[in-house]
Design a protein around this ligand. Structure first.
Ligand code: DHB
Length: 307
């Protein structure tokens, strides 16, 4: 077996690097292009049942250490998602993870039923977007009670498609939330969503830079937080983890495996390393494995816990 090839919830991936939700996951063609450029799989942007308006500009700011965004989860609705997943499948057999979002248990049921009909390989449940507070109040993944309810509602309607619940780092105890998801049937955990939300202010204008005031922070600065969260979750549950947050280099990716990630989400690295980020990171991982005598990356998953 190739050193980086991996299996997650029974699904085979050429390498563990998957496009994280919210970056280039809009059209089938751009997602297929990410696979052509070295990703093992992709995650779509968040799908809503019906059309959802995003926030007004400015929605994103970037500097050398992080990116902060409040795009507001814009989406054209499930019929458009059907077209895009059909287009994606024309170009590649690499697994596709459908990220879904909703504002209530009822709507999570509806979007799960619709998404399931499009046969994604995995369903990822976004209960951790930091930017819809005005619409829906506090994060669902901020409470074990809501996390349980959303997990149950999705699992009851997802058939045999594996379900991964995407958690927020912005909670007192992420391991407790992961445990609640596992106890209610989750097949996997994705950790972490963006950090914060954060705030930047334009000093001359004396106003917040983002139209939404606050935004989710991603990029190299959040890697230590993501690693700690994945570490805590790995110690708390038996289900596998999609470790995501700040992975920018092959060494970052190796650290995420050692903390307990099986798949590795990569998103903001495309901003820092360009469109070949996936092939650069996987090449660096291969080089590490060769130098360290690692025959297969399964040797590394969670290995730092045994030290
Ligand atoms: C948005 C959604 C997220 O899940 C996130 O982490 C950051 C931003 C958004 O669309 O605003």
């Amino acid at each position: 077996m190739n050193t980086l090839q991996t299996t997650f919830c029974g699904i085979s991936f050429e390498n563990p690097l998957v496009l994280a939700s919210g970056i280039l996951g809009v059209t089938g063609e751009t997602m297929a292009d990410v696979v052509n450029r070295g990703a093992g799989g992709v995650t779509t942007k968040s799908w809503w049942v019906t059309k959802h308006e995003g926030h007004k500009n400015p929605v994103i700011i970037a500097n050398d250490s992080y990116l902060m965004n409040a795009v507001g989860l814009p989406d054209a609705g499930i019929e458009k998602s059907r077209e895009e997943i059909t287009e994606y499948r024309k170009h590649t057999n690499a697994p596709i993870i459908a990220n879904i979002v909703a504002g209530s248990v009822e709507d999570f049921t509806k979007i799960t039923q619709k998404a399931t009909q499009l046969h994604p390989d995995i369903i990822e449940v976004n209960i951790s977007c930091p930017n819809v507070k005005k619409e829906f109040g506090n994060l669902f993944s901020g409470s074990c009670h809501f996390a349980e309810q959303m997990t149950k509602s999705v699992k009851n309607h997802a058939g045999d498609i594996p379900v991964s619940i995407k958690l927020s780092p912005n909670v007192a105890n992420i391991a407790d939330v992961a445990r609640a998801c596992e106890a209610n049937g989750a097949d996997a955990i994705t950790a972490i969503n963006t950090v914060g939300p954060g705030l930047r202010i334009n000093p001359e204008l004396r106003t917040p830079i983002l139209h939404n005031t606050f935004g989710g922070v991603s990029g190299p600065a959040i890697l230590p937080i993501a690693l700690r969260c994945v570490w805590d979750i790995y110690e708390a549950v038996k289900i596998p983890i999609i470790g995501t947050g700040g992975i920018t280099t092959g060494r970052d990716a190796i650290e995420m495996l050692l903390a307990g990630g099986t798949l590795l989400g990569v998103g903001t690295a495309l901003h820092f390393r360009g469109k070949d980020a996936f092939s650069l990171i996987s090449q660096e991982m291969e080089e590490f494995c060769q130098a360290e005598g690692v025959k297969h990356i399964s040797e590394l998953i969670g290995a730092a816990h045994q030290a």
